[in-house]
Design a protein around this ligand. Sequence first.
Ligand SMILES: [Zn+2]
Length: 142
Amino acid sequence: MSAAKLLSRLEKVRPTRPGNWVACCPAHDDRNPSLAICEKQDGRLLIRCFAGCEAPSILSAVGMEFQDLFPPRGLGHHVKRERYPFPAADILYAIGFEALIVATTASSILAGEPLNAADRERLALAVCRIHAALDAGGLNHE
Ligand SMILES: [Zn+2]
């Protein structure tokens, strides 16, 4: 039931498959859902912001604590940590959206339109988000 508590405090919640949702991250100005939420079989909740927000800031933005991610009575104590718990579809969704930003910026450059500070900042953010998404999938071997 902890997922319901968290989801009720988030905006633009959309299920991606059973036990998985995406939503707008409450810790940054997020218009396109970049927060992935995953409820494991044992009741643990995993959260990941593809823009790079840390779990504590996401939780405090919705008035929750780290303990709220775990089922009561510490059922998850001896459960092995999964390295890459997020579905590939969520990661690809995040990368796909950022690729669109990169493509849009590239066509502006090709058309000879100068990039303003906001455009440059958004492009840098897209790169960060793509790296964060690759990292979530365990693919970011730099
Ligand atoms: Zn965030």
